[in-house]
Design a protein around this ligand. Structure first.
Ligand code: SME
Length: 152
């Protein structure tokens, strides 16, 4: 099996090529969710979009998820507040974790900034395994978030 470093070295250019010729942001986010779901082992992958003072669920793959998340709440709202990636090895140890699925065991949430460094959305990935995500996921997914910034 390929290492995560190899996986992302192929996945990031694939995402870039996928979104290169399309200007519609929702179309691009939907395809990014689909390719991440195909290439990573995850329970849920998708986007929560900043709408005023809350996050609203956007394109995703996986089970039905909660529709809105307030600023600072859950792992997603905390990522928005802190403006940084949050890695959670065991969601049961994250006090304010919002459980959309009882099967979720670990999670990574990556902020997506606009060109003014404001968070416009977060990329959220859940796994049914503990500690599924690490620093390689963080850097690979942050590279994908940077590709999205270029679309905004
Ligand atoms: N667990 C997230 C909520 C979103 S679902 O995982 C899809 C959170 O705590 O913010």
């Amino acid at each position: 099996m390929n290492s995560k470093k190899e996986l992302y070295s192929e996945l990031v250019p694939k995402v870039s090529a996928l979104i290169d010729k399309e200007a519609n942001i929702i179309a691009n986010l939907a395809n990014i969710a689909a390719i991440l779901n195909a290439e990573l082992s995850c329970l849920w992958v998708g986007f929560y979009l900043v709408e005023g003072k809350e996050l609203v669920v956007g394109p995703f793959q996986g089970p039905v998820a909660c529709t809105t998340i307030a600023f600072g709440r859950g792992v997603c709202g905390k990522c928005w507040e802190l403006k940084e990636t949050i890695l959670v090895d065991d969601v049961s140890q994250f006090a304010d974790h919002i459980a959309c699925s009882a099967d979720s065991k670990s999670e990574i949430v990556v902020p997506v900034f606009d060109s003014n460094n404001n968070v416009q959305m977060v990329l959220d990935i859940d796994s049914s395994h503990l500690a599924a995500f690490d620093e390689e996921d963080k850097s690979g997914l942050e590279a994908i978030a940077t590709l999205i910034t270029a679309l905004l």
